[in-house]
Design a binder for this molecule. Structure first.
Ligand code: MN
Ligand code: MN
Length: 291
């Protein structure tokens, strides 16, 4: 279990450090690179590209090469970070706002996470967790996002079953002792659903495919070996003409999985908090704040 605790500890430090550097006027690319470098400086690997998703963008956004975006006072910013130690992953997120008018939205997601953790024990039912998340978010006057979920984690696998839904269901699935999961309630003042944008910055290795193109072979090899089949950023790849077309082709062939940017369908603002934990009679939050 030590690797899971260490990965969680490092992911938590980086998540909390983001509060110091995510400020109006800061460049998205500088924030993302500093946080990713901090994971490595602390002795862990990057489990997935630092996700920095702003306003109606809920997840899977990150910086690109030459990214000119700058944080503004009016933004609702999700920082979702992942560190791994020998493949054991800490996955954790927070939301940063500057204006008072967004504090309730921020709090709704944070409180939903706290309430869900309170009831998480061996035997807790998946449907009950969703119910607690939904009712907490609704008590603030917002909606949970129904097609974004928490999840199990395994070594070198960020997303495994079960999908931990952020709303009430009659699911009788029971969590078990020693299970490693991430809970991540998303709250919005929009419709409560996300859609995929035609914008992809994050990919992951799925399987080898026959190819004669050296560029394709290089990308597949990096995805599989350098990035350990974990999600990776386009920004981490060598830059060459036609690279985007190759990524698209490899995705269509099933060699890579793509994670398009996810955006709230009605353009609502989105808040997210997330912790990774080991389920037990005393559930251990591996990514808990050390502040
Ligand atoms: Mn996450
Ligand atoms: Mn997650």
């Amino acid at each position: 279990m030590n690797d899971w605790l260490e990965a969680g500890r490092i992911a938590g430090i980086v998540r909390d450090y983001s509060k110091k550097i995510v400020n109006p006027g800061a460049r998205v690319i500088d924030i993302v690179e500093e946080l990713e470098n901090k994971i490595k400086d602390l002795g862990a690997g990057i489990a997935f590209p630092l996700n920095l998703s702003i306003n109606e963008r809920a997840a899977h956004d990150t910086a690109t090469f030459g990214d000119e975006r700058v944080i503004t006072e009016d933004d609702v910013i999700k920082v979702d970070t992942g560190a791994h130690v020998n493949g054991a992953i800490g996955d954790t997120a927070l939301t940063i706002v500057f204006k008072d008018e967004y504090k309730d939205l921020q709090r709704a997601s944070q409180k939903a996470l706290e309430e869900a953790i309170k009831i998480m024990h061996p035997g807790t039912k998946l449907g009950e967790v969703g119910e607690v998340i939904q009712s907490t978010i609704e008590s603030f006057g917002f909606k949970p996002i129904k097609n974004l979920t928490g999840h199990g984690l395994k070594r070198y696998e960020v997303h495994t079953e079960p999908e931990i839904l952020n709303f009430k269901t009659d699911s009788n699935y029971e969590f078990y002792d020693g299970q490693i999961i991430a809970i991540e309630p998303f709250a919005t003042d929009g419709e409560g659903y996300v859609k995929e944008l035609r914008e992809t910055k994050i990919y992951m290795f799925l399987r080898d495919v026959p190819t004669r193109s050296p560029h394709e072979r290089k990308i597949v090899s990096m995805a599989k070996n350098d990035f350990h089949s974990l999600p990776f950023s386009k920004r981490w790849l060598p830059r060459f003409v036609g690279r985007d077309l190759i990524l698209e082709r490899l995705t269509n062939q099933g060699a890579l999985y793509s994670f398009p940017v996810l955006s709230e369908v009605a353009g609502g603002r989105v808040a997210q908090f997330e912790h990774t934990m080991i389920v037990g009679d005393k559930t251990v939050v591996t990514t808990k704040s050390l502040e």
